[in-house]
Design a protein around this ligand. Sequence first.
Ligand code: GDP
Ligand code: MG
Length: 681
Amino acid sequence: MEAPEFPPVAAENDTAMMQIIDDDYQFIESLPAAMRKWKFVDRGFDFNVVSILGSQSSGKSTLLNLLFGTTFPEMDAHIGRQQTTRGLWIAPCHEAAALVMDVEGTDSKERGELHMNFERKSALFSLALSEVLMVNMWSNDVGRYQASNYGLLKNVLDLHLQLFQEEGCRTLLLFVLRDHSKRMTTAELLTGSLRKDMENIWSDLVKPEKFKNSSVTDFFDLEFAVLPHKEYAEDEFLQCVGDLRKRFEDKSGEGIFKRDYKKNIPADGFNAYASKIWETIMSNKDVDIPTQKEMLATYRCEEISDEVYQPVGEQFAVWRAAVASGQLVPNFGKRAQELIDGALAKYDSPASRYVAQVRNKKRHMLESRMMTDASSLYQIQLDSLSTSTTAEFKRQMKAFSSLSALDAAQQFGRAVTSVRDQCLSTFAEKAAEARMPAASWSFDDAQASLSTMLNDEVAALRSTTVKLMTEGFKDVLAESLGELVAEQINRSGDGMWDVIRSALEENVQNACSTVLSKCAHGLDASDQEISDWTNAVRAAAVGCVKEKMTESIRFLPLKMVKRFESTFKFDANRIPRVWTADTDVTALFMEARKQGETLLELYSHLRLSDDFAADPAAVILAASRVADIKDQYESDIQPIFKETLEIQRRNNAEFRIPLWVYPVILFLGFNELILVLTSPL
Ligand code: GDP
Ligand code: MG
């Protein structure tokens, strides 16, 4: 007959009981929620686990319910034997501060081969987790080695040896002997005999060498509870159960739960641990408790670390967003420190219950994860602080650029130093404020590179200032020299170059002494720089002269012709010449031509130094151009020469009166002479 299903009492009725290993021996991952609901999850180590093993339908669930106020399903005598605990159930008992596990009974024959394995597996599981293991037995079975309980006991001792030999962990084996009748035997005899049986089983076990001579009590405390028949001696039964219950609830240290039995699984890691152990058992691997605990520690410490990190990560994200937009987090250092310290404290309290080596490692990882976040945020803030400081420096220096070039140069050093120093010290102040007190962060590098950045700015600004200043001098020179040169060109006199040369020297001298007295100090100029300036100013002055000269070249041919004419056509008193037969036109022409050509010489080179002829930069007119102008000049003056010769010839023809004419003139009178002379025309 198919076994009728047990009604799912647990969840709906808030009976606070749940299955952790189901009918198919699978682990059910529903404990964490239940632990929270039972308010067990925050208990740390402040709880015990008690399990019960024993044959099927031996009143185990009934007993647990009476002892711990749990509601494990009990077999209803009226329905039949098959209704019994399947798998493994768990329920809380606040009075005893315990998690109570009710385990499917042994000898569930109808479950076959699968169940045979389950017996051993559930015993191993219970042993790994429980401080107290109750073994439920019929009193009659004591001494009956063939009874299934003895097989179970052998298993328990064997498995315990596997599990805890390295740990040195004791477990309390609490034998509950059911249906005891004083008429058969006394409780003392019964328990004495069972104790002996245990010793025998222990000594028959195949033990590791080092435990060869050990006794069962080296690993177990053995206690006994002898209960009368539940039906036939109900009052006594209840009395005994009540006494036992008190012993479970006794927290004075004299009760059943003692410190020695601690398996040291924290409440918040219980599910993970139990699940891992079951997984290991099911995969038929050896359960190695230290490894299991280390795994649990790793798992839980990571979980705690993640939980603790979450709000920290969120806060860092908020800050990161602010920082990305160029803001600084006010008081970042102090706040980040508080955040990290708070998180570590939050980690420490639950993590303290796990294997020290693991929890310390995970703590270190958590800390460095947070420190990395904080440090990267700090770096970003340093960068934007550098950027804003540089911008502020530029802003302040802009005001400076409204000064005249000369004033700017004069005040340069002082202004730059004070603004730069102020910027650097503001940077240092803010960078120090953003630094976490406990961190070994340094802003030296950032400050150094900011300093370099500002110095680059200063250098750029300085070169602009120098350039403006030099330009300014050029303008002044162009004005003062330009006028003088123009005047000299106008004159184009012999001493032209001497005048220009000395004016140039004077101007250069003036400009340089201004630079020296006013700006050299402000710009902290080197000797080299001063000599460069002097050269630049001189070059500017020379340039200015050359420009003027070059400009005037287009009038040169005209000027030459004019000069030629003024020499050729006028005498020293600027009286126009009369071209008589006696006038030596050719000599005058040659002389005048030379005078014109002198101008060409005057304009062909800048004669600002003695060795101008060797200086290619002094050339104003290239040789070819000189030749062109000369040709032009020649072709301009030749017609004048010819014309003049013609005039002379005519003059001679008109005015050469033969000697014999004079007496005739005297004789005939002037009018007649005119008539004679004009008649042939
Ligand atoms: P379990 O399978 O070991 O959990 O056994 P149950 O608690 O379901 O009980 C099985 C049956 O035994 C029920 O009918 C109970 O009423 C009965 N029972 C409970 N306690 C005792 C006891 O101390 N002595 C006897 N003889 N029967 C009991
Ligand atoms: Mg049961």
